[in-house]
Design a protein. Structure first.
Length: 201
């Protein structure tokens, strides 16, 4: 079966729910290959394998924490070249959409953002989107290159599906632009006790 790249959203190896939803959707169109970047990359492998990842590509280079966006694009491009996927899936967040757009530009592919469902079609992956404040539902596909798709959180259930979860190191060569924007500090938002909007049903 064809492979689908899934960029993993995690914090120190703790995989976030939207990534597990992506794995559910990825299984509808191929075999999920998870790409885990940054500190704790190896720790995420068992959870990803339990949710359908046939392979987990990891890189814990310090560039992912020290610099913004571009190192992730470099790594995803390396994974893209190693796997030759039928699609690339990314969680639809501010950073996710930027990573996806930059990757699509680099590989000469079309991009679909904020998808809510995916299915395999005769001419490639078909994405469903809710547009104009959910007044309309559209179904579309990328007509050039391998589709790069961002998926809205809460678009699919989390469905465990044990798979091999074989872990492989992902060699990444960072380009000159990878160090163009340095992260100088991080301050986590104070919890209000209310659930995160992206985690809400």
């Amino acid at each position: 079966m064809a492979e689908v790249l899934v960029l993993v959203d995690h914090v120190d190896g703790a995989v976030r729910k939207p990534t597990l939803e992506l794995l559910t959707l990825a299984r509808r169109i191929g075999d999920p290959v998870a790409v885990v970047l940054g500190a704790g990359a190896g720790a995420a492998a068992s959870v990803l394998g339990e949710h359908g990842a046939v392979k987990v590509l990891t890189s814990d280079a310090p560039e992912f924490a020290d610099f913004s966006v571009v190192p992730k694009v470099d790594a995803l491009r390396a994974a893209f070249e190693a796997v030759s996927p039928v699609a690339v899936l990314v969680v639809s967040s501010a950073e996710g959409r930027e990573v996806a757009a930059r990757l699509a530009l680099r590989v000469g592919s079309g991009i679909i953002t904020d998808a809510t469902d995916l299915e395999a079609g005769d001419q490639g992956v078909v994405a469903t989107q809710a547009v104009f404040a959910a007044s309309y539902t559209t179904r579309s596909r990328v007509s050039r290159g391998v589709p790069v798709i961002t998926v809205k959180p809460n678009s699919a259930p989390v469905e465990p599906a044990p798979a091999a979860g074989t872990v492989e190191a992902l060699p990444v060569v960072f380009g000159e632009s990878a160090t163009g924007t340095k992260v100088t500090s991080r301050t986590p938002r104070e919890s209000t006790g209310r659930p995160e909007l992206t985690e809400a049903a």
